[in-house]
Design a protein around this ligand. Structure first.
Ligand code: SOE
Length: 371
């Protein structure tokens, strides 16, 4: 594919996600025939020494300390935000007002009001929110099976996001427990992923009822949440997101039961998808573990030959490549800021429902998130 040009990237933040994004910026054109080349131009971080170390490791050309000094620079095309959540809104708003392409980590913001301001500021800009799990090949393949009607009428959707580090968080994660910096605990961090996948795979949630818990003494953000939901297609949903599911490290799962088939996915075995095809004659039915590494599976033919498994980092690469291709075609990329605003509104509903102890209706039925 002929290149349409080079995009200069400024990345704000350099933690765990900064490494995942840096890798994607470097690898996208190595694996895929991307329409744009990317230049890792500026890395911005408050601790200059740490930022310099990361910049040298990943090949960022320049380091700056203040995001204000970089987001409107004429030589920057793309601003990528992987800071603590409370900084998403001011950085994204300033970058959008300067006409940049804006990429942002999830959750979109700390509050619905901030997320709304971001969507407003970014009208006319191209945006991406890093709900990277949509681009796990097995998850994308699940989406294709659902779209093809292979599951028939959907009865149940179950989403689990189970981690166990909430009892003994280390230092780098400290901001995630500061309500002013994170906005919420597992709701924004983990449930946001599950809700994004659920609405993408199974359509909008119509109403929900939730129970939010804090287990650690004096902690000011939520440690665990469970949600009962009803989807617009009539199916029932249950969700659980927690940092206290002792014994689980990063178990991001979903299960869908339909009249004609059932699917199960677990991120800890991310190259596999369980499919029970109920259209087969009864004696042949049963869970089949598909190895979703090709042939005929999404993304993987651009990575390695069939059976040569991929990992967490590839989901960021695939997300970025889809974004660059949508950009070249002048199309909307999903999930963008507007999609992520709907997730933010759902999270708010989850929080309100738990506080008020009742079911609440979602106002967002108009939005169904496409590919
Ligand atoms: C930490 O809980 C975390 O890194 C999340 O912030 C990510 O979004 C999730 O993908 C893995 O866990």
């Amino acid at each position: 594919m002929p290149k349409q040009g080079t995009l200069n990237v400024a990345m704000i933040g350099y933690g765990f996600m900064g490494r995942a994004h840096s890798n994607a910026f470097r690898q996208a054109s190595a694996f895929f025939d991307t329409p744009f080349d990317l230049r890792l131009k500026v890395l911005c971080g408050r601790d200059e020494a740490k930022a310099r170390t990361i910049a040298d490791m990943w090949g960022w050309q320049e380091v700056v300390r203040h995001w204000e000094s970089v987001v409107s620079r004429p030589d920057i095309d793309v601003v990528d935000i992987c800071t603590p959540n409370y900084l998403h809104a001011p950085i994204a708003t300033a970058a959008a007002q300067a006409g940049k392409i804006v990429l942002c980590e999830k959750p979109l913001a700390s509050t619905v009001e901030d997320a709304e301001r971001m969507v407003e500021a970014a009208r006319g800009c191209k945006t991406l929110v890093w709900f990277n799990y949509r681009r796990v090949p097995a998850v994308r393949f699940a989406w294709e099976l659902v779209q093809d009607g292979r599951l028939g009428d959907i009865y149940h959707y179950r989403g689990l996001y189970l981690q166990s580090w909430g009892r003994t968080p280390g230092d780098p994660a400290a901001w995630r427990f500061n309500p002013d910096h994170a906005g919420s605990g597992v709701m924004g961090d983990l449930l946001s992923h599950s809700l994004d996948l659920a609405q993408w795979l199974n359509g909008p949630i119509r109403r929900l009822c939730s129970n939010v818990r804090v287990f650690a003494e004096r902690r000011q953000v939520d440690d665990a949440v469970s949600v009962l939901a009803e989807f617009a297609n009539g199916s029932m949903g249950t969700f659980e997101a927690t940092r206290f599911a002792m014994g689980n490290q990063n178990r991001n799962c979903f299960e869908i039961n339909g009249s004609d088939g059932a699917l199960e996915f677990n991120l800890e075995k991310m190259n596999h998808l369980q499919f029970n095809d109920l259209r087969q004659e009864p004696s042949l039915q049963g869970r089949r573990e598909l190895l979703v590494t090709g042939p005929g599976h999404p993304y993987v033919d651009r990575f390695w030959p069939p059976g040569h498994v991929i990992g967490y980092e590839h989901t960021f690469i695939a997300t970025l490549v889809d974004f660059l291709e949508a950009l070249a075609r002048g199309e909307r990329f999903r999930p963008d800021f507007s999609d992520a605003l709907e997730i933010q509104r759902l999270l708010d509903l989850v929080s309100q429902s738990s506080q008020r102890g009742c079911w609440l209706e979602s106002a967002q039925l108009a939005t169904v998130s496409a590919p």
